[in-house]
Write a protein that binds this ligand. Structure first.
Ligand code: FAD
Length: 252
């Protein structure tokens, strides 16, 4: 719902804006708890989580189905075959799919997003999102489960996967945050962590939506490939899973 400046002055007195859209159901999830719950559900149904193992190559079998060639950290290799394959390898998905003739994956780009955390008390009681910027949602304020405030992520197009947060990027954060929180003091932001978005649209291009290719799209029976699952992919995970399950059931 739309909230005007006067009512915001009462509920979020430190927020500078001419108006806002309030989403009463927006919040945060305990992502670690969510992952554990998914793992529990998977294992209870006979599935297995296999760590420290890289899929080196996918192969389309002549008789139908797929062979997944994997290697462990110790450089042992093995392969398993399957009739149905959900390719949800984030940054790795376009490159892995390129070995499957007909899959036609999109071009892949990387956009890093760094976070800075606020030393001291959170100025707002809810998540605050400015108007989105090209490539990302804008430097917004998130509160974690301990009610600690964190700002980010920004957008930095990169070629390699380096998760270190450059303290120098903090300067731009001050300017971006002061547009909606003018009272932000100097020296209170410290580098936190970063993430890297698996983009399928490049700098200057229109932002791409999630791309989920099933058999009706590429003609490869049993294959669903997911590309560009950036934010809000975590929030949407269960809805995406339902969508993929439906695709496998109806298109294969
Ligand atoms: C900075 C940032 C902020 C975000 N904020 C939010 C948010 O506030 N809310 C929200 O809903 N979402 C957010 N997201 C998006 C969310 O993190 C993703 O949508 C989600 O993680 C996608 O899940 P996934 O399983 O598709 O891919 P991933 O989480 O990327 O998982 C893919 C996995 O595949 C593995 N892999 C890749 N290649 C191979 C290979 N060859 N062999 C074996 N394993 C491989 C990777 O190591 C990885 O573990 C954010 C993302 C970023 C980068």
């Amino acid at each position: 719902m739309f909230v005007d400046r006067d009512s915001l002055k009462r509920s979020e007195p430190d927020l500078a804006c001419t108006g806002a859209l309030q989403s009463p159901s927006t919040g945060i999830v305990d992502s670690h708890g969510f992952m554990l719950a998914l793992q529990g559900g998977l294992e209870a149904n006979g599935g297995q989580v296999v760590l420290n193992t890289r899929v080196a190559r996918l192969e389309l079998l002549e008789q139908g189905g797929y062979r997944v060639h994997a290697e462990t950290d110790g450089a042992d290799t093995y392969a398993l075959t399957c009739k149905e394959l959900i390719l949800s390898a984030g940054h790795g998905a376009p490159q892995l799919a390129s070995a499957l003739e007909g899959a036609n994956p999109p071009a892949a780009y990387l956009a890093k997003g760094s976070y800075f955390k606020l030393q001291g008390k959170a100025p707002f009681s809810r998540l605050i999102y400015p108007v989105p910027e090209p490539g990302g949602l804008g430097v917004h304020l998130t509160l974690d489960l301990q009610h600690q405030a964190r700002f980010g992520p920004d957008v930095e197009w990169v070629e390699t996967m380096d998760y270190r947060v450059d303290p120098a990027r903090g300067e731009r954060f001050y300017a971006a945050i002061r547009r909606y929180w003018p009272d932000l003091a100097d020296g209170v932001l410290v580098p936190d962590y970063s993430g890297i978005r698996p983009k399928i649209s490049g700098p200057g291009e229109l932002a791409a939506d999630f791309r989920i290719d099933g058999p009706a799209h590429h003609g490869l029976e049993g294959l669903v490939a997911l590309y560009g699952i950036e934010s809000p992919g975590l929030t949407s995970a269960m809805a995406i899973a339902d969508y993929v399950a439906e695709m496998i059931a109806t298109e294969s």
